[in-house]
Design a protein around this ligand. Structure first.
Ligand code: URA
Ligand code: SF4
Length: 208
């Protein structure tokens, strides 16, 4: 089974990784998506935020977390006293997966083969940035970095060790907060997202 490792450049700076990922053909998702949506942010970032997969607007713009979930993330970051410009934001899977419903493109969950195929890009990004802290948004990045048995309901908001950071924290995905029908529950999840960002960011110097 082919993985992104096959497309890995020799020089692994964020720029050369991004360029190489534009040509990745390690799974079928590149066939229907418009472009690779690589991570974005400074190589000196102390905090890396990992989402699941680009959505419709990310696919069109080529940038991660620019749609509705991204707006909620930006709001949570600023509530946590963090600046998006100082954070490196990426996804486990770099191409948009969708089903079409009329003219709309609806998000479809990546399967384990696609996650496995794409994972070398995320690992290379983490190796290039060497963050002090990592925040996993939702269960897909949490399982990718913390293992398939990870459960968000049990381990959200805890500091966990991974080989990429001794401060890895999993929290709610902003899209899950947006989908939550109960407004009180949705507000609670949003404040937990902010708390979890604060937890990951302190007491290290990730704000600078
Ligand atoms: N949801 C994600 O997980 N990532 C994005 O980039 C956008 C929405
Ligand atoms: Fe490569 Fe990932 Fe895109 Fe699949 S989703 S083609 S592994 S970049």
């Amino acid at each position: 089974e082919q993985t992104a490792a096959h497309f890995m450049p020799e020089e692994r700076t964020l720029e050369s990784l991004q360029t190489a990922a534009e040509g990745c053909r390690a799974c079928d998702l590149h066939r229907c998506a418009s472009r690779t949506v690589f991570g974005e942010g400074p190589s000196t970032a102390r905090l890396v935020i990992v989402g699941e997969q680009p959505g419709d607007q990310e696919d069109l713009s080529g940038k991660p977390f620019v749609g509705p979930a991204g707006q909620l993330l930006d709001q949570a970051l600023s509530q946590a006293g963090l600046n998006r410009q100082q954070v490196y934001v990426t996804n486990v899977v770099k191409h948009f997966k969708f089903t079409t419903r009329g003219k709309r493109r609806l998000h479809a969950k990546p399967n384990s083969r696609e996650i496995f195929a794409c994972r070398p890009w995320l690992e290379a990004e983490l190796a290039a940035v060497q963050p002090q802290a990592i925040v996993c948004l939702g269960v897909t990045p949490a399982q990718a970095l913390l293992g398939r048995d990870f459960r968000l309901t049990q381990n959200r908001g805890r500091i966990l060790h991974t080989e990429w950071s001794r401060r890895t924290v999993a929290t709610w995905h902003p899209a899950a907060i947006l989908r939550m029908p109960d407004p009180a529950r949705s507000a609670q999840m949003q404040s937990q997202l902010v708390d979890d960002l604060v937890l990951a960011a302190s007491p290290t110097d990730v704000r600078h």
